[in-house]
Design a protein around this ligand. Structure first.
Ligand SMILES: Cc1ncc(C[n+]2csc(CCOP(=O)(O)OP(=O)(O)O)c2C)c(N)n1
Length: 253
């Protein structure tokens, strides 16, 4: 998909596939045949640039046909380079401006409380995004209001657009920060499916607070030439790189 588009973000999506898979194929209550169900769980991809991960999950779940993936980033396609609100295709919010997703997720969680609905609002964030002040304002709001219908993930791959997070503006220690903002926090290896599933189970059972799962992941996971390399934050694979990637991912070159 990214190779065809000739542009886009390769590394982040590869590193978050275990979490996205666990959410859409195990944890979340959703039905592609009834996408506007008022009782569905919601998912907000705050680091919207990683949307190829979301698009493949939504496609595989049955929200839209596979051919549509070939139109990534083309004018007129619903699958833009950053998510565009389209509930029928499972896209719950336009995102990409880093920092805003936490507020959006809180708003939906407040709506659930007012409507006396018991759906869960999941949000997904990144370490680069955690440099945005707005994220912390919203984290404070969720903690203060004990929004326990909120489950967040923070993808700590240590890389952002210009290099390594620790060199640019270190967001550590994240667990201490969220705990200080009255969230329940769990640290996991986000590329270990058993740990991901166990953490979601923990988050669903933990009441009285919003929950944040801080997931250490590897940018570009599964493809040796991409892994942990800041360059692959935001470039699409070349012909040669695509062949290597597909081979290593077991899809055949
Ligand atoms: C408010 C805002 N400022 C700047 C950007 C440009 N931008 C896009 S991705 C990115 C880096 C984000 O870091 P992270 O999500 O940790 O990167 P990844 O893990 O995907 O490499 C930046 C600064 C943006 N999308 N929104």
């Amino acid at each position: 998909m990214l190779h065809k588009a000739g542009a886009g973000h390769t590394g982040g999506p590869l590193g978050m596939m275990e979490i996205i898979t666990a959410l859409y194929f195990s944890a979340m209550s959703h039905d592609p045949k009834n996408p506007t169900d008022p009782d569905r769980d919601r998912f907000i991809l705050a680091n919207g640039h990683t949307c190829p991960a979301l698009y493949v999950a939504l496609c595989r779940a049955g929200y839209f046909p596979k051919e549509e993936l070939q139109h990534l980033r083309q004018l007129g396609s619903p699958l833009q380079g950053h998510p565009k609100l389209n509930v029928k295709w499972g896209i719950e919010m336009s995102t990409g401006s880093l920092g805003q997703g936490m507020s959006v997720a809180n708003g939906i969680a407040f709506a659930a409380r007012l409507d006396k609905k018991d759906y869960t609002v999941y949000s997904f964030h990144s370490d680069g995004e955690a440099q945005e002040g707005m994220l912390w304002e919203a984290a404070l709001t969720a903690g203060h209001h004990r929004l326990d219908n909120r489950i967040g993930f923070l993808d700590f791959n240590g890389i952002q657009i210009d290099g390594f997070n620790k060199d640019i503006k270190d967001v550590s220690p994240l667990a201490d920060k969220f705990e200080a903002f009255r969230w329940a926090v769990r640290n996991i290896d986000g590329n270990n499916m058993a740990e991901v599933l166990d953490a979601i189970d923990w988050a669903k059972k933990t009441k009285g607070k919003p929950k944040m799962i801080i997931a250490t992941t590897i940018l570009g996971k599964g493809v040796s030439i991409f892994e942990n390399k800041p360059k692959y934050h935001g470039v699409a694979p070349s012909d040669e790189e695509l062949a290597i990637a597909l081979k290593e991912l077991g899809e055949g070159a």
